[in-house]
Write a protein that binds this ligand. Structure first.
Ligand code: ZN
Length: 365
């Protein structure tokens, strides 16, 4: 039994949109179509794989089930390949699926698809390859669900059965996302509302997997679907760009009473027209007049956090002088960064006739 990475088959990201999936599918089927690869067994196999991947990822409900299953699968693999302890036996996929209320028996490839597909989805839905789906598919009294295999809510394999392997608690999968904040927000701290999809109880059947003793068509009897969820995340002042924040308990739900996974939010500070972030230090340029540079003066300066301060310019400041404003960098939790201001001298252009005369006189001396 081999796990099929349908996202990999179509070459799309796990969070690809329906449109992206469709376009990837179209491109690949053109390339591997049997008509243009006559007699090439590899291309034919690839073509079948692509169609199988699209049958799942192109259907929101199947995709949700697959995503849910995929996350469980990864979890078990992380636990050392054998989730059920003892011996060197490999994971029993049927057990795994039964544990979260889906799946069924392998139908022996009758559908022309991989046995992974058959176990996960039973024989539901039509075949892309025509025929070969045997007498069990179609005309099922339960609609989509194959009463002899996938998603059978009536048969054995109850998640509440006496099997001790089924009560093993495990932590839910972690989820990742990212957001961007402005420099001013980095100084003051801010809040972002993050919308993230995660496995939730099916709203149609309330997570029971069945409605009026028929399997729920919305979640295919698994009781679980992927739903978007909004989470308010407080981003503290002084966060460094690219920092990953852990939001506890906002990942995928745990299994059998296990704790939820966490959400990791990467916070990037957006490029700013004035300020450049260098770790906890910040850099910028400030234009000053020729006269302030020559004779000294005071210039209004708006800091990254938005307040205005009077910046003292020393007499005889050269163009490009770097001025350090200690403690005005990003306010890190431990120590404050510094702000470096590069002073740029602006010529008083255009010159008036009088000024031009004066400067020319100076130049001749
Ligand atoms: Zn449901």
């Amino acid at each position: 039994m081999e796990y099929q990475d349908y996202y990999k088959v179509l070459g799309v990201a796990r969070d690809a949109s329906a449109k992206e999936i469709k376009s990837a599918y179209r491109k690949l089927t053109k390339k591997f179509h049997p008509d243009v690869n006559k007699g090439d067994a590899n291309a034919e196999a690839k073509y079948r794989q692509i169609n199988e991947a699209y049958e799942v990822l192109g259907d929101p409900e199947k995709r949700a089930k697959y995503d849910q299953f995929g996350s469980q699968w990864e979890q078990y693999q992380k636990m050392g390949g054998n989730p059920f302890g003892g011996g060197a036996q490999s994971i029993n996929l049927e057990d795994l699926l039964r544990q979260f209320g889906g799946g069924g028996q392998s139908t022996g490839g009758r559908s022309g698809r991989s046995s992974f597909f058959d176990i996960l989805f039973g024989n539901m839905g039509g075949s892309h390859f025509g025929g070969g789906s045997g007498s069990f598919s179609g005309g099922s009294p339960f609609g989509n669900a194959n009463p002899f295999g996938g998603g059978n809510p009536f048969g054995g394999g109850s998640p509440f059965g006496g099997d001790p392997r089924q009560s093993m608690a495990s932590k839910g999968k972690d989820l990742e996302c990212s957001t961007s904040i402005s420099v001013a927000e980095a100084y003051k701290g801010t809040t972002r509302t993050i919308t993230i999809e995660r496995v939730s109880d099916c709203p149609v059947c309330g997570g029971r997997g069945s409605k009026q003793s028929a399997p729920c068509g919305s979640c295919f009897g698994s009781g679980k679907v992927r739903l978007p969820r909004k989470i308010d995340v407080r981003i503290p002042a002084g966060i460094n760009s690219g920092k990953k924040m852990r939001v506890r308990g906002e990942g995928e739900p745990g299994l059998n009473g296990g704790e939820n996974g966490d959400m990791f939010l990467t916070v990037n500070i957006a490029d700013d027209s004035r300020f450049t972030i260098k770790g906890k230090n910040v850099e910028c340029e400030l234009w000053i007049s020729l006269y302030d540079a020559l004779f000294g003066g005071s210039v209004d300066f708006v800091t990254p956090s938005g307040s205005t301060i009077a910046l003292k310019i020393k007499e005889g400041t050269q163009n490009g002088t770097r001025m350090k404003l200690a403690g005005l960098g990003l306010p890190d939790a431990k120590e404050k960064g510094d702000l470096y201001v590069r002073l740029m001298v602006k010529l008083p252009l255009p010159l008036s006739e009088e000024d031009a005369k004066a400067f020319k006189a100076l130049a001749k001396r």
